[in-house]
Design a protein around this ligand. Structure first.
Ligand code: ADP
Ligand code: MG
Length: 298
């Protein structure tokens, strides 16, 4: 696993208000991460901090394992954290040429990136003639010009109509399929479910959950386990009707429950089958339940 970004115990205070509190998470290459939380939960502040546009109060973050300075690292990051802002009287391609000059990228990337966002046939239209969805897509093309390792988007579908929302989500998924890591902030559970593989849930600047999105679909929760013999353990779990999906990632086995089970019973079941657990965590609440709880408090 290649680490793109590591955030450790970040806190941001605006006077007496704590916008982000002791936040830690890691972004690994190749996944699509969502920062999910209601308005005011600290999503944009978090993105601003790692992009060096907001000063953190406490904590640390490092890009690419700290192999380069933040300034250098940010050259490998594509970010859209504001409303798309281009010259209205210039065409899409003229605007992108300007971005190429600023970023020191060759013009021959322009058509490729316009193609990705479905604007190649509108390259000679003025920015002012674009719908909000097209403006947002042009911003994505612009952020991709330097072939970033990671694309960061803040509420990428806000204000768009359903068709525009769908287009943006499909484009993000396609960019991810092509190997670019993605971090997006959203207040929409549905968006994160549809687009992201991993999620960090925030409420009032505090992390409630960080993990895979597919845990959302697990209504009885799941066990995260490691043992002295994972191969044997996985076989056992796959043949046990109490379990649905079994997933393995980073040597951690996640077994989703199809019916309730206590961790002590799980432990006993494994032990009776000669498997010694070295790690056992049970998560009972699905992400959906947690998210509903947090929106209740609004
Ligand atoms: P989100 O993006 O999740 O909606 P933000 O990160 O924008 O949340 O905001 C988190 C909290 O910090 C909110 O309470 C917001 O009002 C506050 N905040 C954000 N920016 C500033 C600022 N520049 N000055 C003071 N308070 C701010
Ligand atoms: Mg925001």
């Amino acid at each position: 696993m290649e680490t793109i970004l590591n955030i450790k115990n970040i806190t941001k205070k605006y006077g007496s208000l704590t916008a982000v509190k002791n936040l830690s998470f890691t972004i690994e290459k190749g996944h699509v991460y969502g920062i999910l939380g209601p308005n005011g939960s600290g999503k944009s502040t978090t993105l601003g901090i790692v992009l060096n546009v907001v000063n953190k109060t406490e904590g640390e973050f490092s890009w690419f394992n700290g192999s380069v300075s933040t300034h250098e690292a940010l050259k490998k990051v594509g970010a859209i954290i504001e409303r798309p802002n281009f010259y209205p009287y210039m065409t899409a391609v003229q605007n992108l040429k300007l971005v190429c000059k600023i970023k020191g990228v060759s013009f021959n990337k322009i058509d490729e990136k316009l193609e990705i966002v479905g604007l190649l046939d509108r390259k000679d239209s003025k920015f002012s003639a674009f719908s909000l969805g097209m403006k947002q897509r042009l911003a994505i093309a612009s952020a991709l010009l330097n072939d970033p390792e990671i694309l960061i988007l803040d509420e990428p579908t806000n204000g768009l109509d359903p068709k525009g929302i769908h287009q943006i989500r499909e484009i993000i998924k396609q960019i991810a399929v092509n190997g670019t890591t993605i971090l997006l902030a959203s207040h929409l559970l549905d968006e994160v479910e549809k687009v992201c593989s991993h999620v960090v849930v925030l409420r009032k600047g505090v992390k409630l959950y960080a993990g895979r999105v597919d845990a959302i679909t697990s209504s009885h929760g799941f066990f995260e386990v490691q043992s002295n013999d994972d191969t044997e353990m996985i076989k056992l779990l796959e043949n046990n009707p109490s379990f649905g999906d079994i997933k393995v990632q980073n040597n951690l086995v996640t077994a989703f429950l199809k019916e309730p089970m206590k961790s002590e019973d799980f432990n006993k079941l494994m032990f009776e089958n000669n498997i010694i657990l070295t790690h056992l965590v049970q998560r009972k609440e699905s992400l959906e339940e947690q998210f509903l709880q947090l929106t209740d408090h609004q």
